[in-house]
Design a protein around this ligand. Structure first.
Ligand SMILES: NC(=O)c1ccc[n+]([C@@H]2O[C@H](COP(=O)([O-])OP(=O)(O)OC[C@H]3O[C@@H](n4cnc5c(N)ncnc54)[C@H](O)[C@@H]3O)[C@@H](O)[C@H]2O)c1
Length: 200
C-alpha cells in the first residue's frame, strides 16, 4: 500500500522516483490512500482577501498531489489489473461558510469530482476510487483545540454523536473502502462526521 505522506508534492520527478523505488521493491501497488492536506486557518480566508500564492499552495498540496499520485500509481495498478484508492476530502466541500477557508473547501470539493472521474475511467481495469468526507477529527490539523478546549467542548455539544472524531474513525472507514468487502463500491463518498451534516 502506498500512503501519500511524502513532502515532495511540488516536485513531480522526486515523487516519481520515490514511488518507483517502492514499486521496484514490492513489485506492485494495490492500494493508494491520498491523505495529504493543509488547512491554514489564518492565511486561507475568503477568495476576496486571500493571497493568490496561498491559494496556489493549498491547491498544490491538497489537489495537485492527488493528480500526481494518480498519474504515477494508476498505470501500475492497470498492469496488475487491480487497485483500490481512498482519498480524504472534507465535509467542508459541501457547503459555504461565512468565515471561510475558500481554498481548502474548493480543493476538497474538486477532489470529489476527480475521485468520481478516476472511478469511471478505470472501473473496467478493476480499479476502484472512493472518497471520505470527515470532520472534525482530533489530529494535528485541529491543534487549536489544545489552546482552546472550550471550543472543542462546545463543538462536541453540537455533534449528534457528542464527540469529535478520532484518527481511527477515518482509518477504519479507509480500510473498509480499500478492502474486498466493498468490491462493488466505486465512485462514491462516505461522510464520517458524527452526524453533523444530517442535522436540520
Ligand atoms: N482533522 C480534521 O478535522 C479533518 C477534517 C476533514 C478533513 N481532514 C483531512 O484529513 C487529511 C489528514 O489530515 P489530518 O487531520 O491528519 O491533519 P494533519 O495536519 O495531522 O495531517 C496532514 C498531513 O499532510 C501532510 N502535509 C502537509 N503539507 C504537506 C506538503 N507540503 N507535502 C506533503 N505532505 C504534506 C502532513 O505531513 C500530514 O501528514 C487531510 O487531507 C485533511 O484535509 C481532516
Amino acid at each position: 500500500m502506498f500512503i501519500s505522506k511524502s513532502r515532495h508534492y511540488y516536485n513531480y520527478t522526486k515523487l516519481k522516483s520515490i514511488i518507483e523505488a517502492f514499486y521496484k521493491k514490492n513489485k506492485k501497488i494495490d492500494y493508494l490512500v491520498n491523505t495529504t492536506g493543509v488547512l491554514w486557518f489564518n492565511m486561507d480566508v475568503s477568495s476576496v482577501d486571500i493571497e493568490p500564492k496561498i491559494w496556489d499552495q493549498v491547491f498544490a498540496i491538497n489537489l495537485k498531489s492527488m493528480m500526481y499520485l494518480s498519474k504515477i500509481v494508476i498505470p501500475k495498478m492497470i498492469k496488475n489489473s487491480f487497485g483500490s484508492m481512498v482519498h480524504i476530502s472534507s465535509i467542508d466541500a459541501l457547503s459555504g461558510d461565512d468565515k471561510p477557508q475558500d481554498a481548502y473547501g474548493s480543493s476538497k470539493a474538486a477532489m470529489i469530482r476527480l475521485s468520481k472521474s478516476l472511478a469511471i475511467q478505470f472501473a473496467s481495469k478493476n480499479i476502484r476510487s472512493n472518497i471520505i468526507l470527515p470532520e472534525p477529527i482530533d489530529t494535528g490539523m485541529q491543534k487549536r483545540w489544545k489552546k482552546n478546549p472550550l471550543a472543542k467542548k462546545n463543538l462536541e455539544k453540537f455533534i449528534p454523536l457528542q464527540r469529535v472524531g478520532k484518527p481511527e474513525d477515518i482509518a477504519n472507514t479507509s480500510m473498509f473502502l480499500l478492502s474486498d468487502q466493498t468490491n462493488y463500491i466505486t465512485g462514491t463518498e462516505i461522510i464520517v462526521d458524527g452526524g453533523i451534516t444530517s442535522k436540520p
